[in-house]
Write a protein that binds this ligand. Structure first.
Ligand SMILES: NC(=O)c1ccc[n+]([C@@H]2O[C@H](COP(=O)([O-])OP(=O)(O)OC[C@H]3O[C@@H](n4cnc5c(N)ncnc54)[C@H](OP(=O)(O)O)[C@@H]3O)[C@@H](O)[C@H]2O)c1
Length: 305
């Protein structure tokens, strides 16, 4: 099978390429310089020339809370256009299988946890990442519409919880919580700081899965694509508080100082835990513990410094 992976230079894309199952496929992994998803004529000619059997759409403009607040236009427009362009062009090119990567950020901010797949569009979105979430809702719905119009087109959406791992972004402007904390505590240790700030009271809960496990899920999904549900959450099914993440990362990095809570800073949603019932019935579960995932991520961070 010829598999096109978009966003192959990104964290999810790189973990897909590093997974042992990648060798079972003829993988097309163009960089943005070869395939810019915002350029529809580039996209049409790329698909006509290369004719993939299946697309895994892992490209996107992705970032943490600060980047989302600073550039809401880019997060909405680029993600929306990339999704619309690749889905409509793939449909016109007759590509029958499409795995769309969405995010648990698209669930309404007040939705009850654990977040079930049928809660999409059942309430207001979290304002700090609304543009990104809107784009994810649109591509998820478009997959449903394409399949509803012609059931031969299996266009399905995977909704991962937060991810971390090798190939993550560690610069504070673009990073998500785990890489940001690894970098912050590593610097604090090097500078012998006695205290480090935590935004908010640290009681908010987050579910972070190791990106290597998401790659494992994607290959499992490709092998079982006919019976995969239209929309499916992927995660651990359990979460940890921000304070617990800080404590575990401090242990791994070797930071021995104290934490101070800055209650003036935004914290986002109180909890964001996916419901993993569909994932369990589909027959997959994640295998990397928080400790092992954090240690591998920290090794990657040190190697790339
Ligand atoms: N990271 C998470 O915690 C998380 C959680 C849930 C879901 N997801 C979803 O998983 C997917 C991948 O996320 P990620 O963490 O791997 O993000 P990432 O590391 O930022 O990678 C995104 C990739 O998309 C590429 N890209 C951006 N604009 C493009 C364009 N116009 N044309 C072609 N490629 C373009 C980027 O290329 P450049 O390198 O050239 O910029 C980059 O390689 C996204 O859909 C995201 O929403 C991520």
């Amino acid at each position: 099978m010829k598999l096109l992976i978009t966003g192959s230079a990104g964290m999810v894309g790189q973990n897909l390429l590093e997974h042992p199952d990648a060798t079972n496929y003829e993988v097309l992994a163009p960089r943005r310089s070869e395939l810019d998803l915002l350029d529809i004529s580039n996209l049409k000619s790329y698909l006509a020339i290369n004719q993939p059997d299946m697309i895994v759409h892992a490209a996107g403009v992705v970032g943490g809370i600060q980047a989302n607040i600073a550039e809401p236009v880019k997060f909405l427009v680029d993600n929306m256009n990339m999704g619309l362009n690749i889905l409509t062009t793939a449909k016109s090119a007759g590509i029958k299988r499409f795995l769309n990567l969405s995010s648990s950020c698209m669930y309404p901010k007040d939705a009850p946890n654990p977040l079930r797949e049928d809660l999409i569009l059942k309430g207001e979105l979290e304002p700090t990442n609304e543009g990104y979430a809107l784009a994810k809702v649109v591509s998820t719905r478009l997959c449903e519409y394409i399949h509803a119009e012609d059931e031969q087109f299996l266009y399905k959406t995977v909704i991962p919880c937060n991810l971390y791992g090798r190939h993550d972004k560690f610069d504070p402007k673009n990073s998500h919580m785990i890489p940001a904390v690894i970098s912050k505590l590593f610097d604090a240790k090097k500078s012998n700081l006695k205290t480090v700030d935590i935004w908010g009271d640290g009681q908010a809960r987050r579910e972070f899965m190791y990106a290597g496990d998401l790659a494992d899920f994607v290959y499992y999904a490709i092998r079982n694509f006919e019976r995969m549900p239209q929309n499916i959450n992927v995660g651990l099914g359990h979460d940890f508080s921000i304070n617990e993440y800080y404590a575990e990362i401090a242990r791994i990095v070797g930071f021995k100082g104290q934490f101070v809570h800055d209650l003036t800073k935004p914290v986002g949603m109180k909890q964001k835990l996916i419901d993993d019932s569909r994932m369990k019935s589909f027959g997959w579960k994640s295998s990397t513990s928080l400790e092992s995932g954090l240690m591998q991520t920290f090794e990657y961070f040190k190697d790339t410094q």
